[in-house]
Design a protein around this ligand. Sequence first.
Ligand code: PA5
Length: 397
Amino acid sequence: MIKFDFNTYVKPFLDEKKYNELYSKKDEYINKLNSYDMIGWKNEIDKNIITDIEKTASYIKTNFELLVVIGIGGSYLGSFSFHKIFQKYFNDESFEVIYTGTTLSSKYLDELYDYLKDKNYCINVISKSGNTLETNITYKLLKDLLKRKYSEEEIKKRIIITTDKEKGNLRKEANDEGYKSFEIPNDIGGRYSFITPAHLLPLALNYNIKDIVDSYYDGKRFIDKAYEYAVIRKLLFDNKKIVENFCVYEESLIYFTEWLKQLFGETEGKNGVGILPISMLHTRDLHSLGQFVQEGNKIMFETFIKVKNSSHFIEYNKENLHTINNIVEDSVMKAHFMGNTPCIEIELDDLNINNISELIYFFMLSASFSGLLFKVNPFNQEGVEVYKKEIRESLNK
Ligand code: PA5
């Protein structure tokens, strides 16, 4: 169960008339959103794709020790952050998935080589464009590593490509070499691609993806809340609250805030507008940035993702430690509110797969409404292309 508190520590900052005016345009914005062609993420995924993903995951688990996922941005953050939430902090026994392709650090890749050299692994390279520098370099280097050990025939069993149906180098390679491949649909962009093979294949190694998919679509019931969240954020922005700080009290959720930062940052940050998304892990960061939030420049509002219950009971002074964590969270919200920082609360009754999958749909829907409220196209990211082009030109000099 998910509860939204858009009132207690927020409403005093909003002009009621402006709020009612913008909220009353909900149907207009729903229609606007539905007129875009990049909203494939709202449609049901084909059941045959789910079956193919499950079969492939079972093939990987039977034949290999681990999966190396190569991808960046929207081609990795969804499944990476989801897995991080549910992985155990210590002695994790899940099927090993290494996420790479996000760095050009030689130190990191050197150590990765060393780690992989005696392992029996398979690669899933994920890129919608098939044209992303970090992904391409890492893929080439790891494929070369495979070539040192295996024949072409054997390599064919160890590479799975997830990319566009027709376009790009990776699609060409999958077709030419006969590699197993999956498609990222044309009408779904990277950061909206959670319910596509880009994320479902890596997740299928450790989770029942049918549950994830069903719960994700259950998130549709939050359409009003998603619009309301977008309206509140826009009005706060108009009120000079131009930074949104996502606050979490469970360490594993910090990766989810990385996904949120990409989702909102790439969706809204265009034409000189948009809210800057940042995140803090409490209570750790209360002892660093907490000072800024309480008494610094009042440019910020906060969205707290609270987890009400925990299945882990640790007693401290006759109190459950999780209760203490929640008391701290409530107190921090109150203190920040008193310091002139609006605080939105999203409360999950438990940290479980259903809640997180629903929340992913909620945030995607809200981010796309938000892009429309900012009068930008929620589904492009031409700014990301600028640096990619610069790099290509510099490397070709
Ligand atoms: O959300 C997006 O579209 C981007 O963040 C992309 O996912 C990212 O740039 C990686 O692109 P690609 O999947 O084409 O390698």
